[in-house]
Design a protein around this ligand. Structure first.
Ligand code: SF4
Ligand code: SF4
Length: 435
């Protein structure tokens, strides 16, 4: 595969026609791309000592609304359907097996906040507000190109917000999710995945077969396994890659072509393996190592890693849905029938330890395991303001880490830049404590 390297945001006329056909608001969209381009240059391209293989991920970001959307449009012309998702509980395997492409709908930036706050209470988390802002302002070509948008009943905020989003998105499909890891909870998840499978088959007109489902499971497992390889390399000291760059790979995981993404992560890992063997890193050995834990950091939410790494620490892992919580487990590939494989899919997703589950001791155990295996010196718990599930779990997480002598800093923030000064001061003091 030929990878073209291009670090500039492309605003070609072809794309403008494509965006217009999709109903994207060109003026708002130009403003979004300009901000995104500047942020990317200042945060990502300004980093020193980046792996050369990050050129592919830079390219993907530079074409995030261009070439990738064109690819999706080409797929649609060939009869494929596009499904948009807001959560890692929506199984990509089912979409792929029915000849559909699943894309993550990012929700990582504030947009059209005045209009959003006419529909949602001010004290709604930034992620939910962002999903509304992108729809109201019509600036997301992924959302506009989706033949089905899946909203999942996870936290109360999302659950109620989808009732309103249903009036803005005419193809919204609601997936119910369990909140307790019990036999009944698993049955609910299974029933919902079977219902989703039926809905996707109706959407695409393609019946899922044992062969198509196995191929999809193998494809998604390969993508996750590539991420596992990347995560394992981050255990080295000095860290061979920055947390910012690793987060970018985790973010692109949600919308890139799965095969190409997997190959590109392996190319990156080949280079990182050499760095590890030569003891070359993005920072000096024994640089304070931080694990981020908590809410997902969707594109283009790079605020916290920018602060942490800008202050001389290195992020070695993300306990997050845009990170290890999202990619952690593989689906068992040994099933022979569609029913057996659907069971394997249910088992794989039922292990996701999102804070919407109660009780959720598994997540605390997993954070401690991650601290140990990544050699982290401390944990920064990242909670979005007004996110009840993760903010509520932050205290038990801190207590659990205290028991094993691991420092934890609990932060609560949003997508605005207003609290940058305050965050910097708190993170700086924390990093000093770790030195
Ligand atoms: S944090 Fe929970 S609700 Fe949010 S994407 Fe992850 S699994 Fe879904
Ligand atoms: S960040 Fe928290 S409040 Fe917001 S959607 Fe996710 S779980 Fe819900």
């Amino acid at each position: 595969m030929k990878i073209i390297f291009n670090r500039r945001y492309v605003m070609s006329e072809d794309y403008r026609a494509m965006w217009q056909d999709l109903g994207v608001d060109l003026e708002g969209h130009d403003a979004l791309l300009a901000v995104l381009g500047d942020a990317y240059r200042d945060i990502y391209l300004a980093q020193k000592n980046r792996p050369e293989a990050m050129a592919y991920f830079d390219f993907v970001m530079s074409e995030v609304h261009g070439l990738r959307i064109k690819e999706l449009m080409d797929e649609k012309r060939e009869g494929r359907k596009i499904i948009g998702s807001y959560c890692v509980f929506v199984p990509e395997e089912i979409a792929l097996a029915a000849n559909a492409t699943l894309v993550g709908l990012c929700s990582g930036a504030d947009f059209a906040m005045e209009e959003v706050e006419r529909l949602l209470p001010r004290n709604t988390c930034a992620l939910i507000k962002s999903s509304f802002g992108f729809k109201l302002a019509k600036v997301c070509p992924y959302l506009e190109s989706a033949d089905m948008v899946v909203g999942e009943n996870t936290c109360d905020g999302k659950k109620k917000a989808y009732e309103t989003l249903g009036g803005l998105v005419d193809n919204l499909y609601i997936m119910d999710l369990p909140q307790v890891k019990s036999a009944q909870g698993r049955e609910l998840l299974k029933a919902e995945y079977l219902r989703f499978k039926d809905a996707v088959e109706v959407l695409t007109g393609v019946k899922i077969t044992a062969e198509s489902l196995r191929d999809a499971i193998v494809l998604v497992n390969k993508k996750r396994a590539a991420m596992h390889r990347l995560l394992a390399l981050r255990k080295a000291d000095p860290a061979p890659i920055s947390g910012l760059d690793s987060l970018l790979a985790n973010q692109i995981f949600f919308y890139d072509n799965p095969q190409r993404f997997t190959e590109s992560v392996h190319l990156l890992c080949d280079e990182l393996e050499k760095r590890v063997a030569e003891k070359r890193g993005v920072s000096a050995p024994r640089t304070p190592r931080i694990l981020i834990s908590g809410c997902p950091q969707a594109v283009p939410n790079w605020k916290l890693p920018m602060i942490i790494e800008g202050l001389g620490a290195v992020i070695v892992g993300e306990e997050s849905c845009v990170g290890e919580r999202g990619t952690r487990n593989l689906t068992d590939e040994s099933g022979e029938s569609v029913a057996e494989m659907m069971d394997a899919i249910v088992d794989r997703y039922f292990a996701v330890d999102c804070a919407i589950f109660t009780p959720n001791g598994e997540r605390r155990d997993h954070i401690r395991e991650m601290v140990e295996s990544y050699g982290a010196d401390g944990v920064i718990h990242y909670g979005l303001q007004f996110c009840q599930p993760y903010l509520m779990e932050a205290v038990p997480v801190e207590n659990s880490l205290e028991e094993v002598g691991i420092p934890c800093l609990r932060l609560e923030t949003d997508y605005s830049m207003e609290d940058m000064g305050q965050l910097k001061t708190r993170v700086e003091a924390f990093v000093e404590q770790l030195r």
